[in-house]
Design a protein around this ligand. Structure first.
Ligand code: ARG
Length: 462
C-alpha cells in the first residue's frame, strides 16, 4: 500500500486524503460512542457467519475473543482512536487485526459499513428509548406524589394566564402526568417499530452469501430482520421518531418549567423551589433564581433543533446510503443527553418543591374565580337560560369590582337588586372549596376525582 492510503479501502488510491478532507470525513470524534453497539453487532455477525459455514469456527472464536479485548480497551480508556481510520467501524476492525491477525479480515464478509452503522445506531437509539421511558416514569411518580399530597388544595386555574376557575393542585399536577404518559407511549411505540435488524442488508442489495439474518436479529434482541435491503441502509426513521418524541417531551418540560418560573416569583409565591435547585445572585442578596427551570425551558431548543437538523439531512436523499447520513449521530447524541438530563433535573425539582398552600388559596379566591359557579347556580336553582345567567353574573361581577370586594362578599340584598329571585343558597356555591368539590364530571378537578386518578397512576406506575 502506498503513501498513507486508507488500509480499509485504499487499494485503488495513490495517496491518502488531504488533512482537511480527513477533518470533514472522519466521524470517530463522535461515533466512538457506538463502540459497544458496534462490537455487539460484529460478535453476532461473526457467530452467524460460522454457524452458516461461511467462516471457520476457529476464526469466529478468534474474532470474538479479539472483539472482547477491543471493547475492554475502549472501556478502560486505553484505546487509541485514529481519525485516519475515519470511524468506529474501521477503528475497531483495525485494532482487531492488530490483535488477531488474518482472521480479522474475514469479519467483514457479507457485510458493509452501511448495514453496520444502521444496526449500531438502531441499537443505540433503542437503548435511549428505554432510558427515556424509565426517566419519564420517575418524573411521573414525582408528579403523582405532589398530586397525592395536595389532592384538595385549591389554586387558580388559568386561561390566557388570567384567573379562570379554581382547580385543585392535584389536578394540575396530574395534567402533567397525562402529558408524560403520552410521551412514554410515543417512545414505546417508536421502540417497537424500530426493533427490526438491518444487519445483513450489506451495502444495499443484500449478499450472495447464505447468511442467516434471523439469527443475528435474535442475537441482538430484535424482533425480526428488516424486509428490504435498500430501505435497511437508507432508513433513519427510528432516529427521527426518537427526536420527534423527545421534542414533544421536552416541550412538555418547558411548559412546566415556565410555570415554575412564574410560580416561584415574589409576585406569585405559589411554590418554593428547594435550595438544591435554585441559585443566588452575586449582587442582589434577596434573590433566589429558578435557574434550573429556566434552563429546562431553554433545553427544548437543542432537541427540537436536532429534530429539524436530521429532517433536513434526510430530506431529498436519493436511495440508498449517502454520506450525508453520517450527520445523523451528533444531533441524536446531543438530544438524548439533553433529554435525560432534563428529565432527571425536572424530577428532582418536582420532588423537592413545596407548594405554598396559603398563597394558592388566596389566589384561587381572587379574580372572581367562582363566577361560573354563580352562573351555573342561576341555571340550576332559578331555571335561567345559561346566556341570561351569564349576563346576570356579569352584572354581579361588575358590582363587586366597583365595590372592591369579591363575589362572596356581596350581600343578598345587593344580589337581589340584580336578580330578585336569588336566595342565600347561592353562598353555598361561591367558595372556592365548594367550587372544586362540585366539579365531579369525568376528568373534572374535584378532589375525589384527583384521589381516584392518583390511585390509578400509583397502580400503573408501581
Ligand atoms: N461513518 C459512516 C456513517 O456514520 C459509516 C458508514 C460509511 N459508509 C460508507 N459507505 N462510507 O455514516
Amino acid at each position: 500500500m502506498s503513501s498513507g492510503a486508507n488500509a480499509m479501502w485504499g487499494g485503488r488510491f495513490g495517496r491518502g486524503p488531504e488533512a482537511i478532507m480527513e477533518a470533514i470525513n472522519a466521524s470517530i470524534g463522535f461515533d466512538k460512542r457506538l463502540a459497544p453497539q458496534d462490537i455487539a453487532g460484529s460478535r453476532a455477525h461473526a457467530a452467524m457467519l460460522a454457524t452458516c459455514g461461511i467462516i471457520t469456527k476457529s476464526d469466529a472464536e478468534a474474532i470474538d475473543t479479539g472483539l472482547q479485548q477491543v471493547l475492554a480497551e475502549i472501556e478502560a480508556g486505553e484505546f487509541a482512536f485514529s481519525a485516519a481510520l475515519e470511524d468506529i467501524h474501521m477503528n475497531v476492525e483495525n485494532r482487531l487485526r492488530e490483535i488477531i491477525g488474518t482472521p480479522a479480515g474475514r469479519l467483514h464478509t457479507a457485510r458493509s459499513r452501511n448495514d453496520q452503522v444502521a444496526v449500531d445506531f438502531r441499537l443505540w437509539v433503542r437503548e435511549q428509548c428505554d432510558t427515556a421511558i424509565a426517566a419519564i416514569t420517575a418524573l411521573m411518580q414525582a408528579f403523582v406524589a405532589q398530586a397525592e399530597a395536595g389532592a384538595d388544595w385549591v389554586m387558580p386555574g388559568f386561561t390566557h394566564l388570567q384567573t379562570a376557575q379554581p382547580v385543585t393542585w392535584g389536578h394540575h399536577m396530574l395534567a402533567y402526568v397525562e402529558m408524560l404518559a403520552r410521551d412514554r407511549g410515543r417512545f414505546m411505540d417508536a421502540r417497537a417499530r424500530m426493533n427490526e435488524c438491518p444487519l445483513g442488508a450489506a451495502a444495499l442489495a443484500g449478499t450472495s452469501f447464505a447468511i442467516d439474518r434471523h439469527m443475528t436479529a435474535a442475537a441482538l434482541g430484535f424482533d425480526r430482520p428488516t424486509a428490504n435491503s435498500l430501505d435497511s441502509v437508507s432508513d433513519r426513521d427510528f432516529a427521527l421518531e426518537y427526536l420527534a418524541a423527545a421534542s414533544i417531551c421536552a416541550l412538555h418540560l418547558s411548559r412546566f418549567a415556565e410555570e415554575l418560573v412564574i410560580w416561584s416569583s415574589a409576585q406569585f409565591r405559589f411554590v418554593r423551589l428547594s435550595d438544591g435547585f435554585s441559585t443566588g445572585s452575586s449582587i442582589m442578596p434577596q434573590k433566589r433564581n429558578p435557574d434550573a427551570a429556566e434552563l429546562l425551558r431553554a433545553k427544548i431548543g437543542r432537541i427540537l433543533g436536532a429534530n429539524i437538523a436530521l429532517m433536513t439531512v434526510m430530506k431529498g436523499l436519493a436511495l440508498t446510503y449517502s454520506k450525508d447520513m453520517q450527520e445523523d449521530k451528533e444531533q441524536v447524541f446531543d438530544a438524548a443527553d439533553t433529554l435525560v438530563l432534563s428529565l432527571e433535573v425536572m424530577a428532582g425539582m418536582v420532588r423537592d418543591m413545596t407548594a405554598n398552600r396559603d398563597a394558592l388559596e388566596a389566589a384561587a379566591s381572587s379574580g372572581f374565580s367562582t363566577a361560573t359557579d354563580l352562573a351555573d347556580w342561576l341555571v340550576r336553582a332559578l331555571g335561567l337560560p345559561f346566556r341570561e345567567a351569564h349576563h346576570v353574573t356579569g352584572a354581579l361581577v361588575k358590582m363587586a369590582e366597583d365595590q372592591g370586594c369579591d363575589l362572596p362578599d356581596l350581600t343578598l340584598a345587593q344580589m337581589q337588586s340584580v336578580h330578585h329571585d336569588i336566595t342565600d343558597a347561592v353562598f353555598g356555591v361561591l367558595g372556592v372549596y365548594n367550587s372544586v368539590a362540585s366539579r365531579t364530571s369525568h376528568g373534572g378537578t374535584a378532589p375525589d376525582n384527583v384521589r381516584a386518578q392518583v390511585a390509578r397512576w400509583k397502580e400503573e406506575l408501581g
